[in-house]
Design a protein around this ligand. Structure first.
Ligand SMILES: Nc1ncnc2c1ncn2[C@@H]1O[C@H](COP(=O)(O)OP(=O)(O)O)[C@@H](O)[C@H]1O
Ligand SMILES: [Mg+2]
Length: 245
């Protein structure tokens, strides 16, 4: 497999995933983390932000679906081994935002859905600019579908607009997306898969006795990557992704 040298990469800090990506995500790629409910999208994107911040890269996590305080509490309880979350946040290397989002979305007096979407995009911009963030996580964009529910065309246009804004901000992004399926045999290619630079897809497998999980790199522009499904589980010290090497 070609090593893909000569491009800058952002290490996710999760060993198995970085090795599946030949070293990391090509810098400034906009990457979808897709999966069913409970597959671990929120925790995976949180760990990536945590690992990047720990590696000295200013990083921001933007929670669309829960209060930042609640998210931090839950992530710290899931990842008991991440002792330095608070100090990384105090130093400003790791930012968790989202508090004001609900208010921004409600502020639609006399305007359209796209206005509300524009508010979300400008919120993302504010956080990135204020904190000089290089890596961001958005959890999740499934909310946009609800806000822009009436029209598939407007939704796709808005997603394309979000991507172009993220490119302009020069960030590498991890954006979670809830899928209506959980098993890999049921995978359906949603429009987001075509629009974004990369897709990491998480699935449930197993029998009726016990669920287990695998992930794959479905797509990653700018690099060669593994074509295998990698079993993973979530430990107190983060994701363990088992690769063949
Ligand atoms: N505080 C916790 N302690 C232990 N396990 C947790 C905790 N929070 C979440 N988990 C486990 O991680 C799984 C994935 O959580 P999450 O990342 O929120 O999934 P998603 O965002 O894909 O819906 C949960 O279904 C649960 O099994
Ligand atoms: Mg989630």
């Amino acid at each position: 497999m070609a090593s893909g040298t000569g491009i800058e990469r952002i290490k996710t800090g999760i060993k198995g995933i970085d090795s599946m990506l030949n070293g990391g995500v090509p810098e400034k790629n906009q990457v979808i983390i897709a999966g069913g409910p409970g597959s671990g999208k929120t925790l995976l994107s949180f760990e990536i932000i945590y690992r990047c911040a720990k590696a000295g890269i200013p990083s921001a996590y933007i929670a669309f679906e829960e209060q930042p305080a609640q998210l931090i509490r839950n992530a710290k309880s899931a990842f008991g081994g991440f002792a330095d979350v608070d100090s990384l946040m105090q130093q400003g290397n790791m930012v968790v935002g989202g508090e004001e989002l609900a208010a921004r979305m409600e502020d639609t007096t006399g305007s359209t859905e796209t206005y509300s979407f524009g508010n979300v995009v400008s919120y993302i911009e504010d956080i990135v600019m204020t904190n000089k963030a290089k890596v961001i996580a958005l959890d999740s964009i499934s909310l946009f579908r609800l806000v822009l529910s009436s029209d598939g065309f407007i939704y796709r246009k808005s997603i394309a607009q979000l991507i172009s804004n993220l490119r302009r901000l020069d960030v590498t992004s991890f954006i979670t997306l809830e899928t209506p399926y959980t098993e890999k045999n049921d995978v359906r290619y949603s429009p987001e898969f075509f629009l974004f630079d990369g897709v990491i897809s998480m699935y449930q497998t197993g029998d009726n006795e016990k669920r287990s999980f695998v992930l794959e790199v479905l797509k990653m522009r700018g690099t060669d990557h593994s074509m295998f499904f990698a079993p993973y589980h979530i430990t107190q010290d983060g994701f363990e992704v088992q690769t063949l090497d």
